[in-house]
Design a protein around this ligand. Structure first.
Ligand code: CA
Length: 244
């Protein structure tokens, strides 16, 4: 690894070359490694393959919109900090309104210095540890968002995208009782139309079946679900029936 990547790699997804070049210059000066992708598909591939510490993501991109790139990454369980570049007010509305898991946004025209400052801020907020590298452990269940793996009692567990997202959402809030409506909104998002909280129950049941005795998922009757360190295998086993 060269000295210039000492602070980690920032992925810049921007189709306007002068802007991309300017960002590369300023970020490189600050000690970041910089990779530039000029369209949404290339950006998504680079984000998946390159493990950047942060992504500066333009919204108006060829092939794949920036918001869609972010949505697909989050659906992967990839929580690399994303700083959106927005050109218009309606784009800001989309970023904020869609709750895409954006960490920040900055409006064009911007000063490249400001972008550098914001990148440092999102990294500080992420605890100085690249978000994509963090793992979550509850009891004997370990979830690794970057590698998209789950282990229960040391054994790998194969989960669907939805099961992975559902478990990830609960494991990021250990001890919290999460209402089924909230899980539906957060995990299923836009595709939740036509689903009921029964959908959540069905997926929770499948998750528990796959995790077996290691399942840390507790049913809070009439409300939703929680992930607890204190749940024993026996408790989880008897709670296998959906809450509704
Ligand atoms: Ca653009």
């Amino acid at each position: 690894m060269s000295a210039e990547t000492g602070r980690g790699l920032v992925l810049v997804v921007e189709d306007e070359k002068p802007i991309a070049d300017l960002l590369r210059l300023y970020l490189t000066r600050e000690g970041f490694g910089v990779q530039v992708a000029a369209d949404g598909r290339a950006g998504l591939a680079a984000a998946r393959a390159g493990h950047p510490v942060a992504i500066v993501l333009d919204i108006g991109l060829p092939l794949l919109d920036g918001t869609e790139v972010c949505r697909l990454l989050r659906a992967d369980g990839n929580w690399t900090p994303v700083l959106f570049l927005t050109a218009r007010d309606e784009e800001i509305d989309r970023v904020v309104g869609l709750e895409l898991g954006a960490d920040d946004y900055i409006t064009k025209p911007f000063s490249p210095r400001e972008v550098v400052t914001r990148v440092k801020t999102v990294l500080r907020r992420a605890g100085g540890v690249p978000a994509a590298e963090r793992t979550y452990t509850v009891g004997s269940v370990m979830l690794d968002p970057a590698r998209r793996t789950v282990h229960a009692a040391g054994q790998p567990v194969a989960l669907t995208v939805t099961e992975f997202e559902l478990l990830g959402y609960l494991m990021r809030k250990p001890g919290w009782v999460v209402p089924r409506e909230q899980l539906l909104a957060e995990v299923w998002g836009y595709s939740s139309a036509g689903h009921t909280t029964r959908t959540v129950d069905v997926h929770i049941a499948q998750l528990r079946a796959k995790l077996g005795a290691a399942s840390p998922i507790r049913t809070v009757r009439g409300v939703g679900y929680a992930v607890d360190d204190t749940v024993t295998g026996a408790d989880a086993g008897t709670a296998d029936q959906p809450a509704g």
